[in-house]
Design a protein. Structure first.
Length: 362
């Protein structure tokens, strides 16, 4: 794919190739036919980052070809959601001849929501002053009638905000209205529409389960909050302090009463449970923990965490790397059967694959 461009006519075959690669990797395991959840072939990303290039009076977004490392001018970016793609030329138009907002502007990061909010981080190679903040406020007011946009200014060891450093996603998930704070610079699901499909898939599984749920790598509570209606209690852990703060905020925002989040690594959780210790203030001995949900990084689950999750009756495993998923399944399938397998195409036109597996103990 050309940098920053999409080719919808090629998308069905590319998706089919991904599904085949997952099936090949998991060929040694007894699994059902994968459920396939495609992306929109264009305007699917809710996050985008660009270098800003200055050429005399001209100013434009730029990316770099991953193979040649050549700079590529980006005037149209159909990879991004419409909120971002439509706003990119608007931003440049308003800052092109505004010295305070343009001078030594190095990079622009965009974060959008399905519900139409937009957060724009302007990153500079110079200290920012109150003059920058004044101009950013004026621009916000100028655009307010047509765009729900917030601006942040960043430079070395400096961060100036016009209002807040987050957006609030809101969507209806099978009649359940959910809201999620998404903070600038923290992890959020990049493909919002596919994320809804992932949550719907997980909810379909959880609806047939019972007891309590443990989630590892919970982020801002994306899965935890959506699944709380199906469990008596949910305990979720995450190592990122920013994500934990967002998860706590989201618990309150969604009026959830049966979810507790802890700042702990999966390794620490494994060690605590193996030693029969409490998870901070939570005594798990009094809980009916039948189900565990894991959404690990590309490295997958470490051996201690694999041993931990293998003790649960049901495992919902969300994987961003089918190779490490296959490695973990080598152990997990000695005690569990694969009930469901799903492929979620979070990243069209790339080699990245998101997979979901539901395993149940024999």
């Amino acid at each position: 794919m050309s940098v920053g461009q999409v080719f919808p006519e090629h998308y069905p075959q590319q998706l089919a190739d991904k599904v085949s690669s997952v099936q090949l990797l998991l060929n040694d395991f007894n699994h059902p036919e994968p459920e396939v959840y495609p992306s929109s072939p264009s305007n699917y990303r809710l996050r985008a980052e660009f270098r800003i290039w200055h050429d005399a009076d001209d100013i434009y977004h730029a990316m770099f070809d991953p193979q040649s490392r050549d700079k590529v001018r980006i005037d149209h970016f159909p990879v991004a959601c419409k909120t971002i793609a439509d706003f990119m030329p608007v931003l440049l138009k308003h800052i092109q001849f505004n010295h305070e907002l343009r001078y030594k502007l190095y990079q622009v990061d965009y974060l959008a929501t399905l519900s139409g909010e937009l957060l724009v981080s302007l990153i500079y190679k110079r200290p920012l002053t109150n003059s920058w903040l004044d101009q950013a406020k004026q621009l916000t007011d100028t655009l307010a009638d047509n765009y729900n946009v917030k601006f942040i200014g960043r430079s070395r060891k400096q961060k100036l905000m016009v209002s807040t450093d987050y957006v609030t996603e809101q969507f209806d998930l099978d009649g359940q209205v959910l809201q999620y704070q998404q903070v600038e610079g923290s992890f959020t699901q990049p493909n919002g529409s596919v994320n809804l499909k992932m949550l719907t898939w997980a909810k379909g599984i959880a609806a047939g389960l019972s007891g309590d749920l443990l989630e590892l790598y919970c982020g801002n509570g994306n899965f935890s909050i959506a699944l709380t209606p199906f469990f008596d209690n949910v305990v979720a852990t995450e190592i990122s302090r920013t994500s934990i703060k967002s998860a706590q905020y989201n618990i309150s925002l969604n009026n959830v009463s049966n979810l507790q989040v802890l700042q702990m690594s999966a390794e620490d959780v494994s060690a605590a449970l193996q030693q029969g210790s409490k998870l901070k203030h939570i005594d798990l001995a009094n809980m009916n923990l039948n189900t565990v949900l894991v959404d690990p990084p590309r490295a997958g689950l470490d051996s201690d965490t694999v041993q931990l999750v293998s003790q649960f009756k049901d495992i919902i495993y969300i994987s961003c790397n089918p190779e490490t998923l296959a490695q973990n399944l080598t152990t997990l399938t000695t005690t569990h059967d694969i009930v469901k397998l799903a492929v979620f195409d979070q990243f069209p036109y790339t080699h990245h694959i998101e997979t979901g597996v539901w395993l149940s103990k024999r």
